[in-house]
Ligand binder design. Structure first.
Ligand code: ZN
Ligand code: ZN
Length: 410
């Protein structure tokens, strides 16, 4: 018995004026999605709890059965894992921006004049030589102005404040300990030392001097935020006695999956954007089902267009994903696998941010009780046989169908 879980990021939505009061899912002609709903058992999910807007990181922990209130240990670790850092227990990781500050340390541009991935890579290289007294550092640039910083050493803590205030025109704050512990104070001090040393190197870097001479903003500071450590969990494979693999474009999702014990399968051209190689991702998913019991396929585009506040585009993206899933649906049907289609949160495309409304769910497979739901959308699924469930119950429901849940009692 095998299963595939397809998560369309931020796919849940609210009625939209431009779609005449329908949600993008309701407005979409998504034949494959509807077929999955028709063949399956449907419901809606409060991914964290009713009304609680989830981040993508906590949402995925919940969907894979790990209560984020217990296991969430900051975003930085997922970003670092997703960027390919071999993160160890005790490391503290941060997401970072290359940014621009003026002489007084006031933030002028949080993205350093939209510095290119290639330029950021050259600058990141120069930060490799930074030596700190009390910790090793790993700094990697990822996409455009983004990067990750890892502090490795004794007695570090993730309880340190963000240096990035998300605001322009304010002086960058010093990292502060967020609890009264030696570890937090020590980590704040180490982080401050790194930022200062990095600033000095960046200010003097030929690439920045050259940028300034062209009238471009120099990337003269690193702004770390989202301190995180590896979550202390039992890997998903051990949890259910399965082999699990994940396919995702975005680094965060690869990182979360890796932290939870999924094998990561990289797909050429999978970018985590609207221009991703979705065909390739679906092909690789089908292939992975030969060797794995559970394959997680993450698709980011639905969330991206929601943040862009584009309900019409979201409807089109949904239709595109639905079409591209056709070969997967065929295989799942033929081989009698299970297929879960859901979202990690609602991102209303008129608002452009995450909200706590439940998301639609459909599970198809040989043993599910087919209900009467004929369409895959937020309201149609609410009438389905699974009713309204919590995110952390999804894995057990799926594993029960796959005969992986041990008996409780005699
Ligand atoms: Zn998300
Ligand atoms: Zn989002």
């Amino acid at each position: 018995m095998k299963a595939v879980i397809v998560v369309c990021d931020g796919m849940g939505d609210r009625p939209s004026r431009i779609l005449k009061g329908l949600t993008p899912l309701q407005a979409a002609e998504a034949e494959v999605f509807n077929e999955i709903a028709r063949l399956g058992e449907c419901g809606i999910i409060d991914v964290i709890s009713p009304g609680q807007p989830p981040g993508s990181d906590t949402a995925h922990l919940a969907l894979f059965g790990y209560d984020p209130h217990i296991y969430y240990s900051g975003r930085g670790a997922y970003e670092a894992l997703g960027a390919g850092v071999d993160l160890k227990n005790g490391d503290v990781a941060f997401r970072c921006n290359f940014a621009t500050v003026n002489q007084e340390g006031v933030v002028v541009d949080r993205r350093a004049g939209r510095i290119s991935t290639e330029e950021a890579r050259i600058l990141a290289e120069a930060l490799k030589d930074i030596k700190l007294e009390d910790a090793e550092t790993i700094f990697l640039s990822t996409v455009e102005h983004r990067g990750v910083l890892v502090l490795r050493g004794e007695k570090l803590s993730r309880m340190v404040s963000d240096v990035d205030t998300h605001e322009l025109g304010v002086k960058i704050p010093e990292p502060r300990p967020l609890e009264d512990s030696e570890e937090a104070r020590r980590t704040a001090r180490i982080l401050k030392e790194f930022i200062e040393k990095a600033r000095k190197i960046l200010e003097e870097h030929p690439l920045n001097i050259e940028r300034a001479s062209r009238g471009l903003k120099p990337a003269n500071i690193i702004l770390p935020r989202g301190a995180g450590t590896l979550p202390n969990i039992k890997p998903i494979g051990e949890m259910w006695n399965i082999k699990a693999a994940a396919i995702a474009g975005g680094a965060l999702y690869k990182g979360v999956a890796k932290a939870l014990g999924f094998d990561i399968i990289n797909v050429p051209g999978a970018t985590g954007t609207v221009n991703t190689n979705l065909k390739g991702k679906v092909e690789y998913t089908i292939n992975a089902l030969k060797n794995y019991d559970l394959v997680f396929l993450h698709i980011k585009a639905t969330d991206t267009v929601s943040h862009d506040k584009d309900p019409l585009k979201k409807k089109e993206v949904i239709e595109w994903i639905s079409r591209e899933l056709h070969p997967l649906l065929e295989i799942v049907r033929e081989k009698e696998y299970y297929l879960v289609l859901t979202a990690d949160h609602t991102t209303p495309s008129e608002i452009g941010d995450h909200r706590g409304d439940p998301v639609p769910l459909a599970i198809m497979g040989p043993a599910v009780r087919r209900d009467w739901v004929e369409r895959y959308d937020e309201l149609a699924c609410a009438r389905g046989g699974l009713g309204r469930i919590r995110g952390i119950d999804l894995m057990r429901i799926l594993m029960n169908y796959m005969d992986k849940v041990p008996l409780f009692g005699e």
